[in-house]
Design a protein around this ligand. Structure first.
Ligand code: ZN
Length: 239
């Protein structure tokens, strides 16, 4: 998730931050929906994450301080349990990848996407044994390569990169997280495009199980997901 804009939603600004929140905010057009992602006790405070929770603790703390002027002391910030995994691998390698990923702005033309993809491919092959896919910058690089391939309609290669992200997404977003649901849907769609129907159906089912909590069954994305799942099932029935 990138910071692309700011909207004014007065009632939502009453919610406090946690890096491990009990609610998420979902867009439906210009509308914001607040949805709970776990059981909430009576009297318990509702929280959302103001920032991308994937970042390691020190980065999250820095961003919260800079943008919102406070220090977070949520459970994730206290135990810092996943930080070592997030920064696994050789430091010079992930620092190079971090800079490269941050440099990618919003490519518009085919040529720009081709350049992005070439850069990603170069980094992925040169850092092959130096960075695991669980390193968050490597993960962002895989995501970026997947986006580039989708924009260049290189579906098979997009699926290759996308599949590699699913394990790390499960690790960092183990519960109900909208980003994981969307990623599963994207990979499921790519599997479908490659005729891998049983795999596609399985991936789409996983997306569905998360999305019914994070987005709800009335959300337009959920409708699209259910249509895709039905198409997949219908073709499998014929064959
Ligand atoms: Zn925190």
């Amino acid at each position: 998730m990138q910071d692309v804009g700011v909207g004014l939603y007065p009632s939502m600004s009453l919610l406090n931050h946690s890096c491990d929140p009990n609610c998420v905010i979902i867009f439906e057009g210009y509308q914001l929906l607040l949805r709970s992602v776990r059981e909430i006790q009576i009297g318990e405070e509702l929280t959302v994450s103001y920032i991308e929770s994937l970042m390691p603790t020190s980065e999250r703390q820095k961003q919260l301080k800079r943008q919102y002027c406070f220090e977070c002391d949520c459970c994730l910030c206290q135990d810092q349990e996943k930080d070592a995994k997030k920064l696994a691998g050789e430091e010079p390698a992930w620092k190079e990848v971090k800079d490269a990923v941050n440099e990618v702005k919003y490519p518009k033309s085919k040529e720009e996407w081709e350049k992005v993809l070439a850069k990603c491919q170069h980094l992925l092959s040169s850092h092959k044994s130096r960075l695991p896919d669980t390193n968050i910058y490597q993960l962002k690089l895989l995501d970026c390569a997947m986006d580039a391939c989708i924009n260049l309609e290189a579906w098979e290669q997009a699926l290759c990169y996308g599949s590699r992200t699913l394990g790390p997404y499960r690790l960092y977003y183990p519960d109900f997280h909208p980003l994981r649901a969307v990623q599963l849907m994207r990979v499921g769609k790519l599997q479908y495009s490659q005729g891998m129907l049983p795999q596609a159906l399985e991936t789409l089912k996983q997306a569905y199980d998360i999305m019914k909590v994070t987005h709800g069954t009335d959300h337009s994305l959920m409708q699209a997901l259910m249509d895709l799942k039905e198409q997949c099932e219908a073709i499998m029935k014929i064959h």
